[in-house]
Design a protein around this ligand. Structure first.
Ligand code: RRO
Length: 320
């Protein structure tokens, strides 16, 4: 008898087994890295955010890891649509979904990149409106009119190909409400949150240096898990569980992944921990998640959004 594993899920019409894959940007820029994802236990292959022309990205050092996470100011280095599209047939041979991330430098760049990926047989389009690292270029997801226009235009040409949107952490829920309205109105198929936490700094007190050349960068890893859970939950509630949310941020083990599912994620992505641990991370996190779920006697599909408010006061905190 075929049994659906307890870590798999069908999300936006696609089966993911497991419902865990890479965050765009992590281990997915070169053909070698993309093949590594294909050979790994990742549930999908998500390609690095792609611009209309290939880009070198920002000056190095532009990525730095600490015990609690990472900071990056990569600046959208990517090989451009042609290289990635030509790779798609070979990547599809791994038998898992192959998905694109699109990040036009100008709003009008997004459509030709999407068209190229669709012609090449891509399984989904993740529109990245939240790259934090192009100096002087604000994150599009804070410009609601431009976001609406881009998403409307992409949906008009995407046919049956699912379209997602990658979002930044919003500092006030009014922004989540505004973006959720746009997502519903434009019939976007899924939401990915969060991108890295923007304009952060890490400083080494001994050398008195910033961790990266650009000083400011996007923060990921354990530092950001509560931020990510807050955004996942906000969108889960605002979208009423009808439009899937993909959780990303601070997942280092199966228990972290479970927290994302409890918050409302239908699948999760791994960024910093993938960079730290190589694509072997997927096998470990899936095994740990399966154990967590087995202990509860449920599948991940049953725990989505199940987190509830605490009822009992903790004695130590009785005066607060
Ligand atoms: O390339 C980057 O600097 C980058 C991108 Br496009 C993104 O979406 N998020 C991030 O942390 N870095």
């Amino acid at each position: 008898m075929v049994r659906l594993s307890n870590t798999s899920n069908n999300v936006f019409g696609i089966d993911f087994a497991p419902a865990i894959w890479n965050a765009s940007g992590a281990w997915c820029m070169t053909p070698e890295e993309l093949h590594d994802l294909g050979k790994s236990k990742s549930g999908a292959i998500l390609i690095k955010s792609t611009t209309k022309e290939p880009r070198e990205g920002n000056l190095k050092p532009r990525y730095f890891e600490t015990k609690l996470g990472s900071i990056n100011s990569m600046g959208l280095p990517n090989l451009g649509p042609k290289v990635y599209c030509d790779l798609i047939p070979a990547l599809r041979a791994y038998g898992k979904p192959v998905m694109a991330s699109i990040s036009g430098m100008k709003p009008e760049d997004n459509l030709p990149i999407c068209t190229a990926y669709m012609d090449a047989g891509i399984d989904s389009l993740e529109i990245n409106l939240s790259c934090p690292n192009i100096v002087g270029k604000p994150q599009v997801a804070f410009d609601f009119e431009t976001s609406r226009k881009i998403l409307t235009e992409v949906k008009a040409i995407s046919g049956k190909t699912p379209v997602g949107v990658k979002l930044p952490p919003y500092p006030d829920p009014i922004f989540n409400t505004q973006m959720a309205d746009i997502i519903k109105e434009t019939k976007i198929d899924y939401v990915v949150c969060i991108n890295s936490v923007p304009h952060t700094c890490i400083i080494d007190a001994d050398s008195e240096e910033f961790a990266i050349k650009n000083k400011f960068g996007g923060l990921g890893g354990e530092y950001v898990k509560p931020v990510a859970l807050g955004q996942v939950r906000r969108f889960y509630e605002l979208l009423e569980g009808k439009i899937p949310v993909i959780g990303c941020g601070g997942i280092t083990n199966g228990r972290d992944a479970l927290e994302h599912f409890l918050a409302g994620a239908s699948a999760v992505q791994i960024g910093t921990q993938l960079m730290k641990e190589t694509p072997l991370v997927f096998e470990r996190i899936e095994r740990e998640l399966a154990q967590e779920l087995q202990r509860k006697g449920v599948s991940l599909r049953e725990v989505i959004g199940r987190a509830k408010p605490r009822e009992n006061q903790i004695e130590k905190m009785r005066n607060y």
